[in-house]
Design a protein around this ligand. Structure first.
Ligand code: PGA
Length: 243
């Protein structure tokens, strides 16, 4: 059963998330983090940068693996998740290692690149804390509706709603990549602990389906109900449809 915490607002969600990361690295300095991109974690990353600058958090031994990356996309493309992670976090804090799925792997080598990503996570000892958002489709990472519960890192076609949610950032729908590489649902659910951050009224419906609805691959986030150590941090708007 997931632990649910409704914070006062989106800032309080970000503050609580930063507290969770801080507590983890105090207890386990070489922790392995699974990290998301998107709008929701920006407040968390700002706080981690600020705490690092203030010397109140030490991330220097942490290893980080991101959930997903568009495919194909160059690492230095400003819309790549690689560039996002540099901009929002890794240009400002020092960690021991960070990695995303390989956005430039040639098609013929995608399977090998995805296996190598899984191998790297395993070699690091597995993910201690996977931080996640939830997309309006119910996706986790880019595991769109229908994703199988035991999938590992693989290439996926993006849902139309996911692409249209990204269109503004890309300057139009036509520029949004059609495919991506993502940790699979099995990769995500293998994390020892999962922290889910959700803010805003646009997510209220999918949060209710994920938490209160049936466990169903049509709503990938509902598979979180099968994990023994999930905490959800919501703002009141995202929690509005929970009874
Ligand atoms: P968002 O994305 O934080 O930009 O809303 C969440 C997600 O798609 O998982």
């Amino acid at each position: 059963m997931a632990t649910l915490r409704i914070a006062a607002d989106a800032d309080a969600v970000a503050e609580a998330a930063a507290d969770r990361v801080a507590a983890l690295v105090r207890a386990t300095p070489a922790a392995v983090l699974g990290l998301p991109t998107g709008d929701t974690p920006l407040g968390l990353y700002r706080r981690l940068c600020a705490r690092h600058a203030a010397g109140t958090i030490d991330l220097s031994r942490v290893r980080c693996f991101n959930l997903d990356e568009y495919h194909p996309i160059a690492a230095d493309d400003p819309q790549s998740y690689h560039a996002y992670m540099r901009r929002e976090l890794f240009d400002h804090v020092t960690v021991a290692a960070w990695r995303l799925p390989d956005g430039v792997a040639p098609l013929a080598q995608v399977d090998a690149a995805c296996s190598a990503y899984e191998d790297a996570i395993a070699a690091a000892g597995g993910i201690d804390l996977q931080i996640l958002g939830i997309g309006r489709t119910g996706h986790l990472g880019f595991n769109e509706p229908g994703a199988s519960a035991d999938s590992r890192t693989h290439r996926v076609e993006l849902h139309t709603m996911t692409r249209s949610d990204a269109a503004l950032r890309f300057g139009g729908l036509a520029a949004v990549p059609t495919h991506a590489l993502t940790m699979g649902m099995g990769t995500i659910l293998a994390a020892r602990r999962i922290l889910v951050l959700v803010t805003g009224a646009a997510k209220a419906g999918i949060v209710a389906r994920a938490l209160r609805g049936a466990i169903d691959p049509a709503v990938p986030a509902s598979l979180l109900q099968t994990h023994p150590a999930v905490e959800l941090l919501l703002d009141p708007a995202a929690a509005a449809a929970l009874s």
